[in-house]
Design a protein around this ligand. Structure first.
Ligand code: GLN
Length: 456
C-alpha cells in the first residue's frame, strides 16, 4: 500500500486519482495484515485498488466528477465498494471519470481529464485513456493500483480498457448491485472490474457480484468461482463473427487485430462461425435516445437542495431561479446536452417517435443476440473500439457525434444486458494498445472469462 501511495503521488501528472485516501488506506492495510497473520485472509486481502468517483464511499468525496456534487461526502458506502472492502481490498482513493459517466475521453470531468500513460511512437502529445472510466484505466495501466472499479453504461469499462492495454469486463445486467453507484441510465448501468489481466478480473468480479436486496434489479443467482473456471480449454466452443461489425472505413489495423484474434481462438480449438446481428446499425442511435432519457430523469434530483452545490441567489430569486442557476452552474456541457436531449425525447409530443421507437429497437437488438445464442453460439468476437487512443482535444465538443461513434461496438451489449469483456490483444503501428471484445451469454461470465483467457 505504501509503495502504491507513493506511485500515485509521483504520477500526479496523469490526473488519475482525484481524491486520495492515504490514511484510510494505511488503516485498512494494517487490518489486512492482521487478517493475513490470523490465517483468515479473503481473496483480495491487502490488495490496493482504486474506486471510480461514481461510487459512493462513506465519508470520502464522491462527486461523479461533477461540480454539482462538490463537497458531497456520502453517509453510506456503495454495495460494490463495501463488498470489495469485505474481501480485504484496500481503497487508495477515488478515480477520475467523465462527468456522470457521460463521455468517451474523460474530457468532461470537472477535475480535467486523466491522461493515458501510453504515447504514440516518439510523439509526446498526451492521449486520452478513454472514458468514462478513464482514471481507472490510466491508474491500472500506470501501476498506481492493482485493479480498479469501473462502470459501463455504453462501453465505459471496455473502451478505456482497450485504450490503455488492460482488461475490463462488464457483467450481465443485474450481476452487480447498483446500490450507491450514482445513476446515469439505470437500465444500462453495470459496474465491473478493470484489471491487468483476465485472472485478476475473475477474482475481482467474484468479489463484486451477488444479490443485494437494496437493488431490485440485482439477481439472486449463485456467484461461481470464476477463477477456477479459467482452464484455457475452449475446444469445441462456437465463436460467432458478426458481419455487421465490419464497418465501412474500418482501419486496416483493427481488421487485422480481429482476424488475428479469430485465428488464435481457432488455433485453440474453437469453431469459428459467421453470424448476423441485423439490427446492429440502429444500436448507437437507440442508445443515444435511451441513455439521455434515463439520465434526464436520474439527474432531476440535483436541485441544489439535497446534494452538493447550490448557486448564490440574488435578491428576489425564488425556487425556480435556484434550480436553474444551480443546474446551469453545476452541470457541464455534455451533461446539459444529455438532459436536454433526454427531456425532449420523453416529452409528450415526441415520446412515441423517439423514446418508444428506441425501446422497440432495443428489443430487436436483444433478439438478434438471442437468435445467435439459440443457434449454439457461445461467444461473439468483435473489435472493442474503432481506433486506438486518440489525442486530447482531437474530438471536440463541437461534434459530439464523432465522440459517440467510439461506442459503436460496445453499446449493443448494454442494450441487450449481456456480459462483455475487452482484452488487450495487440498494438497498432505506433505502439498503442488495441483490444478485442468478447460478448457472452447472459450469466455466463465464467465461460466468457475463460474464452478471454485463451485470447490473452
Ligand atoms: N461513452 C458512452 C456515453 O457517453 C458510454 C458511457 C458509459 O458507458 N458510462 O454515454
Amino acid at each position: 500500500t505504501e509503495t502504491f501511495l507513493k506511485a500515485i503521488d509521483d504520477a500526479d501528472a496523469l490526473n488519475a486519482f482525484v481524491h486520495k485516501t492515504p490514511e484510510l488506506a494505511l488503516e485498512r492495510a494494517k487490518a489486512a495484515d492482521v487478517r493475513i497473520a490470523q490465517g483468515d485472509a479473503p481473496d483480495m486481502c491487502g490488495l490496493p485498488i482504486g474506486i471510480k468517483d461514481l461510487f459512493c464511499t462513506k465519508g470520502v468525496p464522491s462527486q461523479a466528477a461533477s461540480a454539482i456534487l462538490e463537497g458531497f461526502k456520502p453517509e453510506y458506502e456503495s454495495t460494490i465498494s463495501q463488498k470489495l472492502e469485505d474481501s480485504g481490498a484496500v481503497m487508495l482513493g477515488k478515480l477520475n471519470m467523465d462527468e456522470f459517466a457521460m463521455g468517451s475521453s474523460n474530457e468532461t470531468s470537472v477535475y480535467g481529464n486523466a491522461i493515458n500513460p501510453w504515447r504514440r511512437g516518439n510523439d509526446d502529445a498526451a492521449l486520452t485513456p478513454g472514458g468514462s472510466s478513464g482514471g481507472s484505466a490510466s491508474a491500472v495501466a500506470a501501476d498506481l493500483c492493482l485493479a480498479a472499479t469501473g462502470t459501463d453504461t455504453g462501453g465505459s469499462i471496455r473502451q478505456p480498457a482497450a485504450f490503455t492495454g488492460i482488461t475490463g469486463i462488464k457483467p450481465t445486467y443485474g450481476r452487480c448491485s447498483r446500490w450507491g453507484v450514482v445513476a446515469f441510465a439505470s437500465s444500462l448501468d453495470q459496474a465491473g472490474p478493470m484489471t491487468k489481466d483476465v485472472r485478476d478480473a475473475a477474482i475481482m468480479l467474484e468479489a463484486m457480484c451477488g444479490h443485494d436486496e437494496k437493488d431490485s434489479t440485482s439477481v439472486d443467482l449463485a456467484v461461481p468461482n470464476f477463477e477456477a473456471m479459467l482452464t484455457g480449454d475452449i475446444r469445441g466452443k462456437k465463436i460467432g463473427i458478426p458481419k455487421e461489425y465490419r464497418m465501412d472505413g474500418m482501419p486496416a489495423e483493427i481488421e487485422k487485430l480481429w482476424a488475428d484474434g479469430t485465428e488464435m481462438l481457432k488455433a485453440a480449438g474453437a469453431e469459428i462461425v459467421d453470424i448476423s446481428l441485423p439490427h446492429t446499425k440502429y444500436a448507437l442511435p437507440a442508445y443515444y435516445v435511451i441513455a439521455p432519457a434515463e439520465a434526464s430523469s436520474n439527474l432531476a434530483r440535483y436541485d441544489g437542495v439535497r446534494y452538493g452545490h447550490r448557486a448564490t441567489l440574488a435578491a428576489g430569486d425564488g425556487i425556480t431561479e435556484m434550480y436553474e442557476k444551480t443546474r446551469a452552474e453545476g452541470f457541464g456541457h455534455e451533461v446539459q446536452r444529455r438532459v436536454m436531449v433526454g427531456t425532449y425525447v420523453l416529452s409528450a409530443g415526441f415520446y412515441d417517435a423517439y423514446y418508444n421507437r428506441a425501446r422497440r429497437v432495443r428489443t430487436l437488438i436483444k433478439q438478434d443476440f438471442e437468435n445467435v445464442f439459440a443457434q449454439g453460439i457461445d461467444a461473439i468476437l468483435t473489435p472493442a473500439t474503432p481506433s486506438a487512443a486518440f489525442g486530447l482535444g482531437e474530438m471536440t465538443d463541437a461534434d459530439p457525434i464523432q465522440m459517440y461513434l467510439n461506442d459503436v461496438f460496445t453499446v449493443t451489449v448494454n442494450l441487450a444486458g449481456l456480459p462483455g469483456i475487452s482484452v488487450p490483444t495487440g498494438v497498432d503501428s505506433q505502439g498503442l494498445p488495441l483490444g478485442l471484445q468478447l460478448i457472452g451469454r447472459p450469466w455466463e461470465e465464467g465461460d466468457l472469462l475463460n474464452t478471454a483467457y485463451a485470447l490473452e
